[in-house]
Ligand binder design. Structure first.
Ligand code: GLA
Length: 403
């Protein structure tokens, strides 16, 4: 759908046929919140909401970018070293940053590109639309670079998924300038339908964990449509606090390069040496990594109730210890807890708004949605109604030669 829209819109606006169309999904993270930049463990699945990027090469060194979500065209002669400013242009930075990362490496892009973005991953919902855009752009550029030199059919079969994810992450942290971890780009590139991705953010090792209860359970995403002002600065604050705690632990016990190196025993032994706020931040990271491990075991056993219990615990920890939740997210999780058949729920993404991911018995999906619709306005002031997506797990990035 998204792919078709990207292809046809490309043809209409540029009056030519795209050479490739790539698409990459958004993600939800079942467990493992704010562990990725601590070199910890995460367990995301890709959802069936995608961003598609249609592309064709040029020969004059110019890059033209359009999106079905934004008016106008962004045009640059050569890839910029600095991000573009202005609301009508800044959306293009995710793509421009990735093109800069690929150029001269995974792809030759010196001739320029025409690029068209379409998709249905909601922005600002914590479903990582930016990573989907980065990874889809990376695959499209790789496909076009492949057209010039390599064999596109083999590119389709053997997309260098990790390299595309890394390029997306470098674009986000280096070019766009958000100090995030690697989870979103890896999930968008490497996830597969019917599986959750167990990712070790230190070693970058991945393991597919069957997520095959989808006849009995559904992943329901409730987007609060709230985006609090402090989301980005608070995220950066947490990253800084974790660095501070890492240095303190390193002085205390040695050999600590990130909070990943702090296990429960070390934490318990030295908890009192930390100021209260840092103590709670570290406790979240330590217990959250444990929750990912136990959730992986539970998923392997098909024990969705146990996974759900870890999700509720994760939310409580993010709310109380890590302090990245907000009233709107808490309200949805409370409603989830009070609904028979919702086995687990937690905030997903950076926090301070965005979405809740819930694991819901199939028979309870309608009831949960109805309770959110009824109960949410009683608990919070509603500027915008929350929207619900009933998702299935999906494949990571795909590349298609254009028909
Ligand atoms: C955002 C970031 C991710 C991750 C999550 C929290 O989505 O982009 O890297 O840190 O927040 O788990």
């Amino acid at each position: 759908m998204t792919t078709t829209e990207a292809r046809t819109t490309f043809s209409t606006v540029y009056d030519r046929t795209p050479a490739v169309v790539a698409s990459a999904p958004g993600r939800v993270n079942l467990v493992g919140g704010h562990t990725d930049y601590n070199e910890g463990l995460v367990l995301p699945i890709a959802v069936d909401l995608r961003i598609a990027v249609a592309a064709a090469p040029r020969e004059d060194g110019r890059f033209r970018l359009r999106s079905t979500d934004f008016a106008g065209e962004v045009v640059v002669d050569g890839l910029p070293d600095e991000p573009l400013h202005g609301e009508d242009r800044s959306w293009a930075n995710y793509s421009l940053g990735v093109l800069g990362e690929l150029d001269g490496g995974l792809a030759r892009l010196d001739g320029g590109l025409d690029l068209l973005v379409a998709g249905d991953v909601p922005r600002g919902a914590g479903l990582s639309s930016s990573a989907a855009l980065e990874v889809a752009t990376a695959a499209a550029a790789y496909g076009v670079g492949g057209e010039a030199g390599n064999d596109l059919d083999s590119a389709r079969e053997e997309l260098p998924r990790r390299e595309l994810a890394e390029a997306g992450w470098r674009a986000e942290t280096g070019f766009v300038g958000l100090d995030c971890g690697i989870m979103d780009q890896y999930a968008s590139a490497l996830c597969r339908a019917g599986e959750a991705l167990f990712l070790d953010c230190r070693s970058r090792e991945t393991e597919a964990v069957p997520f095959d209860g989808e006849s009995a359970y559904r992943v329901v995403v409730v987007d609060t449509r709230v985006e609090h002002e402090l989301a980005e600065s608070a995220y950066n604050d947490r990253v800084a606090e974790c660095r501070d705690a890492t240095e303190r632990f390193d002085r205390l016990v040695g050999g600590v390069d990130s909070l990943r190196d702090v296990d429960r025993d070390a934490f318990v032994a030295h908890a009192d040496d930390l100021p209260g706020t840092l103590r709670r931040r570290v406790r979240h990271v330590v217990t959250e990594n444990e929750r990912v491990r136990t959730s992986v075991e539970a998923l392997r056993d098909g024990d969705f109730d146990a996974v759900g219990a870890r999700m509720y615990e994760s939310h409580a920890s993010l709310r109380d210890d890590y302090e990245v939740s907000c009233r709107e997210l808490d309200a949805v999780v409370d409603i989830a807890r009070g609904t028979e058949g919702v086995v687990g729920a937690r905030m997903t993404g950076g926090g301070f708004g965005g979405s809740v991911v819930a694991l819901v018995s199939s028979h309870a999906v309608d009831d949960f949605r109805a309770r959110v619709d009824r109960g949410y306005p009683d608990r919070v002031d509603v500027d915008a109604e929350p929207r619900t997506f009933v998702c299935t797990s999906a494949d990571g990035v795909r590349l298609d030669r254009s028909a």
